[in-house]
Design a protein around this ligand. Structure first.
Ligand code: SAM
Length: 347
């Protein structure tokens, strides 16, 4: 019997109690970074010369499956694979394939991915065959030169072809764009029209102070309150109740009929309703994106073929989930609030 099959037998049987943190929030959403590597070097995310983790430190696909399955057994209903770039991890479709059994069993509501889109022409159809229905694609600009400048290594045409392939395969695509001062701020209205014109929701994200990227955050930081005010000059933004279980707050754009989300960790705190935790590709569990406290799940995972100690470690970690984060970008805090990059924790 493979580890994957053993994990299936174990699922749901011994640990039906859901994870609830000290503030009464049920943890139902797990984001897993499956690799710290990426084929892009986005300026706000990575420095140009990143050093990556040694292979031995990174969880194998079977270990990632066991880890995710332990969380599913503990009540996680939504699983997002991210990175780094999740779709550049070798054999990643095997993981989607094995995790899809939880969808089939009704233990998981959603299996999804956040991607830069570069591999979607290759994988879109396979993602669908593994039960993936919606994906997030990160795209900050529609200008090929700006795209190259932001991602350093990316090709816009390749990503646009990936998005088209995803839609053709039947995936619902949501576009995520980071609002960057002086870079794409003049384009965001057009991005709304482009995404909504193709039946895709768009979510705008504020730059978060994660990781030393070799450039000033202040220079990149653009409060979404300003973006929203500017968009409101062009569009009618109508408040709606729509929620995806994530931190975005949505409006409907009357003129396009599409949804526009805002993720505002800095100008607006969204911690009260936090239902998620994140695991890195080395099995480190971060109970909060904006805090350093973490739990090592790789040691219990590798210590035993049984999942008992892993379950105990997860339960203990959730009992330490903090109330919220405290990101700050201002002139007194020029250094990143946290040393780790978004590509480590998984965006
Ligand atoms: N490679 C995948 C992608 O591009 O979507 C998944 C990982 S990436 C780290 C996830 C998201 O985090 C992307 O939308 C990216 O733009 C965003 N991101 C990275 N660094 C960020 C930062 N410092 N502040 C805000 N968003 C960031």
């Amino acid at each position: 019997m493979t580890n994957v099959e053993q994990a299936t037998d174990f699922d749901g049987a011994a640990h039906p109690a859901p994870l609830v943190d000290p503030f009464g929030r049920a943890i139902t959403y797990l984001r897993v970074s499956v690799t710290d590597r990426c084929d892009f070097r986005c300026v706000y995310c990575m420095s140009e010369n990143m050093s990556f983790l040694p292979k031995a430190d990174v969880l194998s696909l079977e270990e990632l499956d066991r880890l995710c399955s332990a969380f599913v057994a503990k009540g996680v209903r939504k699983l997002r694979l991210t990175g780094g770039e999740p779709l550049v991890r070798r054999g990643i479709m095997t993981l989607f394939g094995s995790l899809s059994r939880h969808l089939a069993a009704g233990a998981l509501d959603e299996l999804t991915v956040t991607t830069n889109g570069s591999q979607l022409t290759k994988y879109a159809a396979e993602l669908v065959s593994h039960g993936v229905k919606r994906i997030n694609v990160s795209l900050d600009t529609l200008d090929p030169d700006k795209f190259r400048a932001i991602t350093r290594w990316g090709e816009l045409d390749n990503v646009l072809a990936g998005i088209a392939a995803a839609k053709a395969a039947g995936l619902a695509v949501k576009i995520n764009a980071v609002a960057l001062k002086g870079v794409n701020e003049d384009e965001l209205g057009d991005l709304v029209a482009w995404a909504h014109g193709r039946g895709m929701d768009l979510t705008l994200i504020e730059v978060m102070p994660l990781g030393d990227i070799g450039e000033g955050r202040l220079e990149q930081y653009l409060p979404l309150s300003m973006v929203r005010a500017r968009l409101a000059e062009r569009y009618t933004l109508e408040e709606i109740d729509y929620r995806t279980g994530g931190p975005a707050r949505y409006v409907r754009v009357k003129e396009t009929g599409g949804r526009l989300g805002f993720i505002t960790p800095l100008t607006h705190n969204f911690c009260e309703s936090c239902n998620r935790v994140r695991v890195t590709c080395t099995g480190t569990l971060f109970m909060c994106l904006g805090q350093e406290d973490a739990a090592d799940l790789r040691t219990p995972l590798r210590a035993s073929e049984s999942d008992e100690t892993l379950h105990a470690a997860i339960g203990e970690a959730i009992s330490r989930k903090p109330k919220g984060h405290d990101f700050v970008i201002d002139r007194r805090h020029r250094r990143p609030a946290l040393a780790r990059h978004m590509s480590v924790t998984g965006g």
